[in-house]
Design a protein around this ligand. Structure first.
Ligand SMILES: NC(=O)C1=CN([C@@H]2O[C@H](COP(=O)(O)OP(=O)(O)OC[C@H]3O[C@@H](n4cnc5c(N)ncnc54)[C@H](O)[C@@H]3O)[C@@H](O)[C@H]2O)C=CC1
Ligand SMILES: O=C(O)[C@H]1O[C@H](OP(=O)(O)OP(=O)(O)OC[C@H]2O[C@@H](n3ccc(=O)[nH]c3=O)[C@H](O)[C@@H]2O)[C@H](O)[C@@H](O)[C@@H]1O
Length: 448
């Protein structure tokens, strides 16, 4: 089948590459010529495991093309997937300018039936807005062209995006036209062989389903972080509590890891946008507000521990920082906890020696050259000349470090662990101070 995907970011590239992989003829369109040139030159603009191989194979087979040409994009696909960004506006609501620009671009060019499939995360009612925008342009053109607008939210996780797309838990399709359901069922058939994963519903429910999923996951994390903070006050260990509650299948082990806050381009943005949607319809979504507040506070947790340990005297200190990305297996630093931490350390006059296996270039792009940030070539190099070690992202390579080397490298033998990677008893037995999240540690003692 012929497919066009607008937006060659995390979702657009994965969608395009995976649909090409199962035999479709895919054109990916983006307005960023730099991105398209890179892709046409064999590069991949993001770090996503397995994506480079998929793109290479399908480009070589002629099933996957990249373009900035809107005419070509609209002429190509029966399915016109919209996978452009929906960043938060100043008031927290989702900014629909990119989605609507695509809709208008399609409307200005279509000559026969198209299905506009919205994969971007958009507020309830957006499909109606998109339909209205297309109709207005068609009316201006005095063109009577048939089209449908479908909601098909995406649930992939960065770092595991190919696997998530290829083996989805569910494929949510929101439509008001049974014909489009059948066409989408056919398109998704290769991902739907084991059992029927298509969950069909009306458009508004599909749009809300996406926010409900992200808000529920964010709620689980904030709940655990709240409990972790309470555990700290009470001298309990949240990791024991996590296992204790996760064993109840009604609760489950997934997404109950406490830490230094959730980041990424989606949870923070989507929780805010849903709360804003609620406010717009006169409903005060108290739980959503609390989820976000707890997370913002949690992102400062490591800083507070460091500040407490050094009794507020951070000026001139240097901190080794392991992990910059908002989670492992991605170079994405959007809303990353590392950013909140680094910016707080800098404001207090401290410097950072940072290492991340893949997000170094992104950190360089975000912060440029500055005296208080040294991007180091290895975790060990980051330790050199540092006062203490802070861990923000749970990359596998940080899970079993050389603790003797850490101890020997730091002027203060202390680890602040935002992801609870180590056994506190073992680390302390090796002569290191260890402060994690919700593990009964306290700030008594502090820097000598
Ligand atoms: N990143 C993720 O893991 C997930 C993201 N989503 C949602 O998917 C949407 C896209 O997210 P990402 O892929 O992360 O965004 P992104 O920022 O990585 O990529 C968006 C792309 O759209 C392009 N673009 C903007 N206007 C355009 C236009 N008029 N025509 C063609 N291309 C245009 C941009 O140049 C950019 O390359 C968002 O609504 C997001 O909430 C949903 C599930 C997962
Ligand atoms: O809409 C989206 O964009 C996507 O948002 C999340 O995916 P993603 O942001 O890529 O990453 P997650 O694995 O969900 O992690 C998000 C954040 O939560 C944190 N987290 C996750 C799990 C946990 O138990 N504890 C915790 O603090 C991670 O460290 C990370 O900062 C959802 O998991 C996807 O289903 C969804 O499609």
């Amino acid at each position: 089948m012929k497919v066009t995907v607008f937006g060659s970011g995390y979702v657009g590239l994965v969608t395009g590459a995976c649909l090409a992989e199962v035999g479709n003829d895919v054109v990916c369109m983006d307005i960023d010529p730099g991105k398209i040139d890179l892709l046409n030159g064999g590069g991949v603009p993001i770090h996503e495991p397995g994506l480079d191989v998929l793109i290479k194979r399908n480009r070589a087979a002629g099933r996957l093309r990249f373009t900035t040409d809107l005419d070509l994009a609209v002429a190509h696909g029966l399915f016109q997937f919209v996978a452009v960004g929906t960043p938060p506006d100043e008031d927290g609501s989702a900014d629909l300018q990119y989605v609507l620009a695509v809709a208008r671009g399609i409307a200005e060019r279509i000559t026969d039936y198209r299905i506009v499939v919205n994969k971007s995360t958009v507020p309830v009612g957006t499909a109606d807005t998109v339909r209205g925008a297309i109709q207005a342009v068609l009316a201006g053109r005095q063109a009577a062209v048939e089209f449908d607008v479908v909601s098909n939210p995406e649930f992939l996780k960065e770092g595991a995006a190919i696997e998530d797309f290829m083996k989805p838990d569910r494929i949510v399709v929101g439509t008001d036209n049974p014909r489009t359901t059948e066409l989408l069922r056919a398109l998704y058939a290769p991902f739907n062989r084991n059992h029927d994963r298509l969950v069909c519903m009306d458009i508004r429910s599909a749009e809300l389903t996406k926010y409900a999923a992200n808000a529920m996951l964010a709620t689980k994390i904030s709940f655990m972080n709240e409990l972790a903070n309470l555990a700290e006050c009470l001298g309990a260990d949240i990791e024991k509590v996590r296992v204790g509650i996760g064993s109840d299948p009604r609760i489950g082990y997934h997404f109950i890891y406490p830490g230094c806050g959730y980041g990424g381009s989606c949870f923070p943005k989507d929780v805010k946008a849903l709360e804003r949607t609620a406010r717009d319809v006169g409903y005060a979504a108290q739980l959503l507000r609390a989820v976000e507040d707890v997370n913002e506070r949690q992102k400062l947790k490591l800083y507070e521990k460091v500040e407490g340990y050094f009794k507020g005297d951070l000026g001139g200190k240097t901190f080794a920082l392991w992990g910059l990305a908002f989670k492992p297996n991605t170079d994405d630093m959007r809303e990353a906890s590392s950013r909140v931490l680094m910016e707080a350390l800098w404001a207090a006059g401290a410097g950072v020696r940072a290492f991340d296996p893949v997000a170094m270039a992104e950190a360089g792009r975000l912060y440029g050259e500055r005296a208080d940030l040294v991007l180091c070539e290895s975790p060990e190099a980051a330790l050199r000349g540092a006062d203490a070690l802070i861990i923000v992202t749970e990359w596998n390579m940080f899970r079993s470090p050389d603790f003797d080397l850490i101890k020997a490298s730091l002027s203060h033998p202390v680890i602040f662990d935002g992801r609870n990677l180590y056994d506190p008893v073992r680390v302390k037995a090796l002569g290191l101070d260890y402060y994690a999240i919700g593990r009964g540690d306290s700030l008594q003692g502090g820097a000598a």
